[in-house]
Unconditional design. Structure first.
Length: 89
């Protein structure tokens, strides 16, 4: 389908959809990971999981999201430790 028609109809390619790359983490850490991704040309967004903005930025309520097409490249840039946070209590 033509790109402009997709936009008009609200159809998005799966590769263009944003996916969550990380488990919840403190805002400064999420910003650090996002900056590393942006430095190599991967668009990254830090998202608050819904807590009010006046809560502590050190609580684990932020994630990093990227386009689905960039997941493999992002994991290579950040390494597995950024996406596997199961060891964090």
């Amino acid at each position: 389908m033509i790109d402009w028609l997709k936009a008009v109809l609200g159809i998005a390619d799966d590769n263009e959809k944003f996916v969550t790359l990380t488990d919840p983490m403190p805002e400064p850490e999420a910003e650090m990971w996002a900056q590393r991704l942006r430095a190599v040309g991967i668009g990254a967004a830090v998202q608050n999981l819904g807590l009010p903005p006046y809560t502590s930025s050190m609580s684990n309520n932020y994630t990093v999201s990227i386009r689905a097409i960039d997941v493999t490249r992002a994991c290579g840039v950040l390494g597995e430790e950024s996406t596997d946070r199961s060891d964090v209590g």
